[in-house]
Design a protein around this ligand. Structure first.
Ligand code: HEM
Length: 431
């Protein structure tokens, strides 16, 4: 499919949702879908794309009809025999959080609910601030950096690795594992990438199983120890397949999404210098700015649901066995909820009506932590860097091709170092 200059006269059928072009810049397509076919059967597939805020919220409430137990429908899709062979001998992750429905979902959810509660996350403030400062120290004298490698990726990576109890020396491998798991989830990988991903998944499992084994014998004060020694059902311990599944979800969900929000947030502020100025002058806007970034950037672009029975929804019949893609990124620009929805406005009164963290049963248990990392991270960056700009000639601002997650590949910026006297603690005032 080629881009045409007369975008506005295009109809829905002119767009191929699965193409890299549309995934790269999907917003005209989302707008048309919301208007013309809010429950849209993607041509040539059994996937119904849902794009309106109210419809997604209604579906999220009906977990019996729109089930999260979809993993078996996607697993191994499009993988060659050679790649499947590479997965032989690995642990098939059990369905735990993201891919289970109530009541079974509650068994696992209750294990992780309190890990990143508002109170626990508030106690992590100084610890997060210290990591943020160390990362900024690492590049501030250079006057430029690739923001994702220097900041947006290591911040959540370090935090989640520390919480899980993974050695920081392993962070580079940890990043490869996280990227590989995220790419597999996104379902748009070449055969070559699929092989690398399979090898990374093997390596990840071997390492984590070793840690689980060690923590079972000698628990420490970390999340893997808590999970490895937890009891469920009638007092049994979690199996390797359950533990791998939970750790994997925390790794991908906790990393890639927060990285993309930080990078997308930085780009939004650079593109809207008046908003960046407003934020510097009024750090109290930071918490709302973070909600607006999540609304506009929505790294969790879409999540799957499996349809368990024939159901009529808004006049469209969705048959049992079909897949639904809840397009959170489209709902967050729904004009029915957000005035002038395509405008980035850090003072938007209802920015936090976004559903970037989902809603209901599967509402993101890491939401408080992600918000904290963004508030402290972006706050400190504005406090310590001035004149932040896109580095000339170095950016194509493209995103990873991924059906589920949306994130920039790289973001080169230049900046001046702010004199230390200007340190009004922006994030402290905001959080
Ligand atoms: C900006 C950052 C983040 C965004 C946008 C985000 C988004 C989401 C969304 C939309 C869901 C619900 C999925 C569904 O509807 O099926 C979810 C679930 C989840 N998130 Fe996050 N997330 C973020 C950060 C985090 C962090 C930091 C962690 C962990 C430390 C985390 C862990 C999880 C887990 C474990 C689930 C599964 C929960 C369940 O199924 O009960 N997320 N997240």
């Amino acid at each position: 499919m080629r881009w045409r200059p007369d975008r506005l006269s295009r109809s829905l059928q002119d767009y191929n949702f699965f193409s890299e072009e549309v995934l790269e810049c999907p917003f005209d397509f989302y707008r048309l879908a919301r208007e013309e076919a809010p429950v849209y059967l993607l041509p040539g597939s059994n996937i119904y794309l849902v794009t309106r805020h109210a419809d997604i919220r209604a579906m999220l409430k009906d977990t019996e009809t729109f089930s999260s137990n979809f993993a078996h429908l996607l697993s191994g899709a499009g993988e060659t025999e050679e790649v499947r062979a590479l997965y032989e001998g690995t642990v098939e992750p059990a369905d735990t959080l993201l891919t289970l429905d109530p009541p079974r979902h509650r068994v696992y959810r209750s294990l992780v609910n309190k890990v990143f509660s508002a109170r626990r996350v508030q106690q992590m403030h100084d610890y997060i601030e210290q990591i943020v400062d160390e990362l900024i120290d690492g590049f501030i004298d250079d006057g430029e950096c690739e923001f994702i490698a220097a900041f947006a990726s290591p911040l959540p990576l370090m935090v989640i690795a520390d919480q899980l109890g993974i050695d920081r020396e392993l962070l580079p491998r940890f990043k490869v594992w996280s990227d590989s798991l995220a790419a597999r989830l996104g379902g748009m990988v070449s055969p070559e990438q699929a092989k690398d991903i399979a090898l990374a998944v093997r390596e990840f499992q071997q390492y984590i199983l070793g840690v689980i084994d060690a923590r079972r014998r000698e628990p420490r004060d970390d999340m893997i120890s808590d999970l490895a020694t937890a009891e469920i059902d009638d007092g049994r311990s979690l199996s390797d397949a359950e533990l791998i599944s939970i750790v994997q979800q925390f790794l991908v969900a906790g990393n890639e999404t927060t990285t993309s929000s930080l990078a997308g947030g930085m780009l939004s502020l650079i593109r809207n210098p008046q908003q960046m100025c407003l934020l510097r002058e009024g750090p109290l806007h930071m918490a709302n700015a973070v909600e607006e970034i999540l609304r506009m950037e929505t790294p969790s672009a879409g999540l799957w649901r499996a349809v368990t029975r024939d159901v009529e929804f808004n006049g469209t019949l969705i048959p049992a066995g079909a897949m639904v893609m809840l397009r959170y990124a489209a709902a967050n620009r729904d004009e029915r909820v957000f005035d002038d929805a395509e405008r980035f406005d850090i003072c938007r009164h209802n920015a936090d009506d976004h559903i970037a963290f989902g809603q209901g049963t599967h509402f993101c248990p890491g939401a408080m932590l992600a918000r904290k990392e963004m508030i402290v991270g972006l706050g400190k960056l504005l406090e310590r860097l001035d004149n932040i700009q896109l580095a000339e000639g170095k950016n194509d601002l493209s995103h990873w091709p991924n059906m589920v997650l949306r994130g920039l590949k790289s973001l080169h910026i230049t900046f001046d170092k702010r004199p230390r006297r200007a340190t009004r603690t922006l994030e402290n005032e905001a959080s």
